[in-house]
Design a protein around this ligand. Sequence first.
Ligand SMILES: Nc1ncnc2[nH]cnc12
Ligand SMILES: [Zn+2]
Length: 322
Amino acid sequence: MTSHLKKAELHCHLEGAASPALVLRQAEKYGIDTSAFLRDGAYVWSDFSEFIRCYDDVAAVFRTEEDYALLAETYLSELASIGTIYSELTVSPDHGKRIGLGPDAYIGGVASGMRAAREKTGIESRMIVTGERHFGPESVIAAAEYAARSGNPLITGFNLAGEERMGRVADYARAFDIAREAGLGLTIHAGEVCGAFSVSDALDIVKPSRIGHGVRAIEDTDLVRRLADLGTVLEVCPGSNVALQVFPDFQSHPLRALKDAGVRVTINSDDPPFFDTSLAREYELAAGVMGFSEDEINAMTRTAIKAAFLDEETRASLLAGL
Ligand SMILES: Nc1ncnc2[nH]cnc12
Ligand SMILES: [Zn+2]
């Protein structure tokens, strides 16, 4: 039903896009025991805290520049095969650091995977460097400093992910100031595990053009109006939200209500194999159980390209191709 549509994705974590099959191959290469976090071909977690731990374990099987190139090329090629013309990958140099891989090697690997995928399939992509809340404010500042000075043209944005219940947005304000001063696009995970206050904090303190998830803004009507008035774009990931029990099912997911309230929304997969999803499935869910028309879905794809952290020339060419 949506397989013929062009697609774009603003919110997918690179390590979160690693399939269990690829992770098993990597683990075998390095003699890593995966039984604690990967069983019967599926990642093992049961709530948000365990998911974050599982994510960190999965990331640790990618250990070299070449491993990261392979991961990026594999995911982007898969996206291209379902009609995706643009992808922003959320990348975490801190995950590289945890296994002794420096940020230049980590980013260099991802960049070569992105270039290889573009040559092979034409897919355009960019990197958003993220700090992880559960690694603490100092490491988030270091990630922002790295993103600000890297000079890599494929790094176009800065994000904050990880355990949303750890600290308040204000604790991470300095990192966003550094990224803003460097001219990077700003987005932040908020209103996923925590409620509407987290989205308000993000708007007050970070003033991002986009918010990762943001879906719990639905708990506060004034906040929904504020998002609509500001034109803040939400990177919505319905499959992730249902898998992580932010909402019990797709019928009660607020994507439709947010869109009808005038909030700019986009469709994303977050960490697809962790949530038994893919960008293709998210588009199918939007068209099926969530009841969006083809025109409405195309409008969300257009919103994604308009809100992408991209140079204007590439944006215009992507919009022309839609
Ligand atoms: N859904 C999510 N929320 C916060 N941090 C994440 N890191 C990877 N996926 C995430
Ligand atoms: Zn995310």
